[in-house]
Design a binder for this molecule. Structure first.
Ligand SMILES: O=P(O)(O)OC[C@H]1O[C@](O)(COP(=O)(O)O)[C@@H](O)[C@@H]1O
Length: 281
């Protein structure tokens, strides 16, 4: 018979992934991680209840937030969507040399009390502070797994040696290394950077050895079609979807973008057709 914990982990993962094994998750930790300036393009979205209501109604599969936002607006995440609570973060106000560390803000128990379906933490692979984040992730994963909760790793390679050796953090050799390290450190879901092509992203997916890999959205694309094309390539490469923040909340009307993303991710629609169908072109 299966241990209770693994049944809990599988059930909770299904709150994010549809039958096709894919998910569109809305990211909402920017007020802390980048600062409220990220909301200036559409200021009403600085209110988490406003934007969360919109994205849930438009059909996202999950919402990711920090514990404090879950206290303020977690109840706006209706049961149609999974709630992912991220336990680590940093501000952009820190001295530059400390920017390569994510600190732990709250405990696994806090996330569970807040109703989390999954618990997330970031590791900056390659950071001079990698050791701290590895240990944080290990402790979070061990305890969360023990209680039957899935763990998501934002596997973001970044650090001086990466820049020196590979030129940029989006080099596929670096991204696939981070994804592999995430899988080997016990993640149930991985979020990482776009590598620039379907072929290279497919290697990232392979390196993750069966652990679902989701795209980390990135800065808002002025042309919505450009972003939909990237997500389409992620899916073609075997990726399991996307965790998207700015490309959703920096749009005055985020709903058509969400519906177009759902078409691409869950219905295998061509990005141009999806954009046209939702009036984005
Ligand atoms: O790469 P950066 O600047 O650290 O950005 C990290 C941000 O990107 C995300 O991982 C995804 O959001 P975006 O889709 O806006 O990029 C957020 O969760 C996080 O705050």
């Amino acid at each position: 018979m299966e241990p209770y914990q693994s049944i809990g982990i599988r059930r909770r993962l299904r709150r994010f992934f549809r039958r096709d094994g894919r998910a569109l998750i809305f990211a909402m930790d920017h007020g802390f991680e980048h600062g409220p300036t990220d909301f200036e393009p559409v200021w009403e979205h600085v209110n988490p209840r406003v934007i969360i209501r919109k994205v849930v109604r438009a059909g996202v599969d999950g919402v990711m937030m920090l514990p404090g936002i879950a206290r303020i607006a977690g109840d706006a995440v209706k049961p149609t969507a999974g709630l992912m609570i991220k336990l680590t973060s940093k501000t952009n106000l820190r001295p530059k040399e400390e920017q390569l560390l994510q600190s732990q803000l709250a405990l696994v128990e806090d996330a569970i009390k807040l109703g989390a379906d999954a618990i997330a933490a970031t590791v900056y692979w390659g950071s001079p502070q990698e050791d701290v984040m590895m240990r944080q992730f290990a402790e979070i994963a061990s305890y969360a797994h023990d209680l039957g909760f899935p763990v998501v790793q934002f596997a973001y390679p970044r650090g001086p040696y990466i820049n020196e050796k590979y030129g940029k953090k989006e080099d596929y050799r670096v991204v696939m290394y981070g994804a592999r390290a995430a899988a080997e450190s016990g993640a149930d879901m991985i979020k990482t950077y776009w590598t620039g092509s379907k072929e290279t992203f497919a290697k990232v997916v392979d390196a993750a050895a069966g652990v679902p890999v989701l795209l980390s959205g990135g800065a808002k694309a002025e042309n919505p079609l450009d972003f939909l094309k990237v997500v389409w390539e992620v899916i073609e490469a075997g990726g399991a979807g996307a965790v998207v923040g700015r490309n959703i909340f920096q749009r005055k009307n985020p709903e058509p973008m969400i519906r177009a993303l759902i078409r691409v991710i869950h219905r295998n629609e061509d990005p141009e057709e999806a954009a046209k169908a939702e009036g984005l072109l």
